[in-house]
Write a protein that binds this ligand. Structure first.
Ligand SMILES: [Zn+2]
Length: 415
């Protein structure tokens, strides 16, 4: 099926929507509002109902029901309009490489930016596809404008094909996902769906419904500072305590450098140091809450052992919840996951399920009462100048959305 996803995608990536975590406004940057307003106009001209933008810039709309069945649950699709603050987001010049033949794709603005099938297994599998890249200086913004374009193209298709039976479908476009703020202002009540799917994943067929559980831990070592010339027997250097603690963390396991699959880690990533007080901030990751607690206990015992060996030192530990594995919720909503599997298969694809070693919007939305797995959008090389999408894969994502709407309707009893 050929859709309007490409044409829309090219239009959306031209708008700079890079988010900014130093900003306290929502959306964090004005470019996001430009795209969100454009989406309001496009949804309205496609004929969706209840199209609106709230004070935080969240855009929502409804594809009205076409079925005679009265009790098809309302479900929805979500994508984010912002792009990563880590990368330049202005002057994105997308290039469509028609009929990719497997040769190197050299991005013209930077001859060092080359996509090679030899180092990119996903790309090697897409010979014959039309591949879209940026021009070498910027990211492309497929994360997540591919998802935005696919939801819009699916909305257009469904509005033009009222013979396809489906219930009411909600769509939402959100700002500031890349700085972790989507769930903060997402109004689940206003969205009014029983479940949703984020369109923000990788290659065709991917379905994600398990994520890390995550906490942020701050371990603060308290020392005693005094003039170093007269410190004998009195000074306790918190920097030395902290460095002893960090050096005692396991090197060969429990760290991002040495784990994958279902293994979690403890990861020191920021140190704020002075003699009087040194804080080590750590990311704690696991797929279960029990595993998370085990790691936190381990870190705390290590810190206590260090402090215990140095008279006059002290310790302060703070733990803040970041997000939880959405599987804890989605296990109770297996029909939501199963409908997605069926829609993927019906689009002629193989279902690929993998745990996410990170979080997604669904990791928080699921706990806010909106069970939300993540579906493939065709994003490759996220947050990179070598980001790319395949046009045919975007069309497959559109087809999967349309099939998912059908499957929901079919699985609802006549009433
Ligand atoms: Zn994304």
């Amino acid at each position: 099926m050929t859709t309007s996803a490409l044409e829309r995608f090219l239009r959306y990536v031209a708008i700079n929507t890079r988010s900014d975590d130093a900003s306290t406004s929502c959306p964090s940057t004005p470019g996001q509002l430009t795209l969100l307003r454009l989406l309001v106009n496009e949804l309205t001209s496609l004929g969706l109902t209840d199209v609106s933008m709230d004070e935080h810039g969240y855009v929502m709309g409804t594809i009205p029901s076409t079925t005679h069945k009265l009790h098809v649950p309302v479900m929805g699709f979500i994508a984010h309009v912002d792009t990563s603050p880590e990368m330049q987001g202005h002057d994105v010049h997308p290039i469509v490489h028609r009929g990719y033949d497997g040769r190197d794709l050299v991005l013209p603005d930077d001859p060092a930016a080359v996509l090679r099938a030899a180092d990119d297994a996903a790309l090697a599998a897409y010979i014959g596809h039309d591949i879209v890249t940026a021009s070498g200086h910027t990211l492309l913004g497929a994360d997540d404008k591919a998802g935005v374009a696919e939801i819009m193209a699916a909305a257009e298709y469904l509005m033009a094909h009222s013979e396809i039976p489906h219930g009411a479908i909600r769509v939402a476009f959100t700002p500031d996902e890349e700085i972790g703020r989507v769930a903060t202002h997402f109004d689940v009540g206003r969205f009014g769906a029983v479940c949703a799917y984020t369109m923000d994943g990788g290659g065709a067929g991917e379905l994600e419904w398990e994520s890390f559980s995550a906490d942020a831990m701050t371990v603060t070592f308290k020392g005693f500072n005094t003039h170093p010339g007269y410190a004998k027997g009195r000074m306790v250097n918190a920097i030395k305590l902290a460095s002893e603690f960090v050096s005692r963390l396991p090197q060969d396991r429990l760290s991002p450098e040495t784990t994958d699959g279902y293994d979690g880690y403890v990861h020191p990533y920021v140190v704020e140091a002075s003699v009087d007080r040194t804080s080590v901030r750590l990311l704690i990751r696991d797929f279960s809450t029990a595993g998370l607690e085990e790691k936190e206990t381990f870190v705390e015992q290590l810190a206590r052992a260090v402090v215990g060996a140095h008279a006059g030192s002290g310790l302060e530990i703070r733990i803040a919840e970041s997000y939880r594995n959405m599987r804890e919720i989605l296990e109770g909503y297996q029909d939501v996951v199963e409908c997605a599997r069926e829609a993927i298969r019906r689009s002629g694809l193989t279902v690929v399920e993998r745990p996410i070693r990170g979080g997604t919007d669904g990791s928080r939305l699921s706990f806010m009462g909106l069970p939300t797995p993540n579906l493939f959008a065709g994003e490759h090389n996220f947050h990179s100048r070598l980001e790319w999408v395949s046009v045919q894969e975007m069309d497959k994502a559109v087809e999967t959305i349309v099939n998912l709407c059908r499957v929901w309707e079919e699985r609802t009893a006549e009433s």
